[in-house]
Design a protein around this ligand. Sequence first.
Ligand code: COA
Ligand code: AMP
Length: 652
Amino acid sequence: MKPAPASTYAAAHAASLANPAGFWAEQAQAIQWDTQPMQPLAFEKGLYRWFKGGRLNTCYLCLDYHVANGRAEQVALIQDSPVTNTVRRFTYRELLDLTARFAGGLRDLGVSHGDRVIIYMPNVPEAVVAMLACARLGAVHSVVFGGFAPHELAVRINDAQPKVIISASGGIEIDKIIPYKPLVDAAIEQASHKPAHVVVLQRDALAQRVHAHMQPGRDVDYQALLRAEPAACVPVAATDPLYILYTSGTTGKPKGVVRDNGGHAVALRYSMSAIYGVQPGETFWAASDIGWAVGHSYIVYGPLLHGCSSVLYEGKPVRTPDAGAFWRVIQEHGVSVLFTAPTAIRAIKKEDPEGLLRKHYNLGSLRHLFLAGERCDPATYEWAGAHLGVPVVDHWWQTESGWPMLATMVGLADMPAPRAGSAGHPVPGYDVQILDEAGQPVPAGTTGLVAVHLPLPPGCLPTLWHDDERFRQSYLSTFPGYYLSGDGGYQDAEGYLYIMGRVDDVINVAGHRLSTGEMEELLAAHSAVAECAVLGIACELRGQRPVGLVVLKDGQTIGEAQLETELVQRIREKIGAVACFRQVLVVKRLPKTRSGKILRKTMRQLADGEAFSTPSTIDDPAILDEIKAAMAQRGMGRAFEQTADLVPAPSA
Ligand code: COA
Ligand code: AMP
């Protein structure tokens, strides 16, 4: 494989926009194809497709290629699990052996090219093996984050229609065990589609405390699959889906983001050297969960495509066992690049503000800290830089893109240095523009809608699972010729871009993407609720946290505390504890425009103590005073000196 040519940032970016097909055809030479693509970029039925005619296998590129090319004995994956007191290292040869045998087991269960497999597992190597095994067979995996409740899993089962679900007996959240298998059973019960088999990893580390009940005929032990004859790689079309990853939209129906094989491999391989500046053989750590896009791209595929050693961490930045956990992992595994969410740094900073624990560790291997998943406040940015002593790079991307759209690309020459508050500059392939409501570019310094001129580069979603129309409607129809990101932001006079937050019903809670629209649907279904609004208000630790404002139906006498308990429980049951929905305020009326639109943004600004002008279209300005008084009384929001930490998780 030929490495990407050295280039300045400006030259690479300009070349990628002037001739996208040529630029990416050159990058495509860095991976091994079974059949070379005939057409780098095709346009069909109004949608772009990369590398048509090409055939390859992503698992081959991640494992077999390296075993055949001198990396067989190099560590591919490092499991570091403070919650089970485990550190395990898998060489490329070992990971290939496990994956080929597990793929054989899946094949024997009837899984083949194009079949869907849902993976609902904690951050364990067996989950990585399951993902790669699907890729090996040409099957399409869909990993569902373990923090989601059965209802969310059921929605995804119905949409993806998996032949098999792979799960585990349980996961560990700091000091409590989450038994996964009963959640899978409940989800299958709720779903209309029934998978043929459920493969269950009985975790040895949890054997004393949780053992999954197996349903005869349907359920199969994970280890049994490993006894199968190894499966060979099945070459697939570059445009065939590698995986579906569901992400929150504005309604209760998540969007099934499709990732293809060819564009994904080319883009991720390029990103490892150009954006993250890592060399094959070095250790890369994305402190995320395999259930998120970051976990897919930078725990599993990116580092393995590039021949790195990847760290898979099952723990938190704090309390497993302390705020020095990340520094220990960096030292112990010689991590060159760490990628995490600002929330994780805020959590560490909160528990160890002076960075005393950091001094116990030698972080000499670390070159860069990359942050993404939510806006990074300058204070967190500065703290991280001061205590780690390495450049901190805030970079912006989404599940939809699968890899960064804005960054400081440390692997390219003449890149402008990172700057606090900015997510950097557009990555080659991305023509990022800030547009006004009419779709016109705004002047520097003016906030607008962040859009990307088409075509999107390889690696980005070509469509939504079985729903081209929703893809067009959600992302492409507002401004023809552009992909609309859903974020607001601006560009300064020197070209730095700043992402300020979502302009739709999506919020980021501890780097976890959630839909307030979905939460509203769930609250509105309560028999006492006439109407409601869910706001993502500022949270010192998690960036944002959702709170509910509800208006009772006439004649309802339920107490506020009781209703709050029921609604909080409802969101935990339906979406999951990860939503961190903990506060509900009963109000007499919600502020609206004269056309009936609830003024959610104004209420959020009220709670956050931001300056705002009362919208001229407001129906009754007095309602805002009522809301403000109610928020003040309950201490809801930064404006009223309350933080999420004062709102404990319910004990149930
Ligand atoms: N499975 C089951 N439950 C989960 C879960 C999982 N994988 N992940 C989180 N939860 C639960 C937690 O147990 C908690 O439940 P509780 O309300 O009963 O206490 C709830 O969801 C909220 O979890 P979390 O936001 O993780 O809170 P926390 O107090 O445990 O940890 C942080 C706070 C800031 C340390 C943690 O959120 C964190 O590490 N954030 C970084 C996030 C990140 O890396 N995101 C990746 C995107 S790049
Ligand atoms: P997800 O799809 O879960 O990766 O979430 C994507 C969303 O996270 C984006 O649309 C942004 O709102 C937010 N986000 C990700 N990275 C950044 C960043 N560096 N700065 C600001 N917001 C970010």
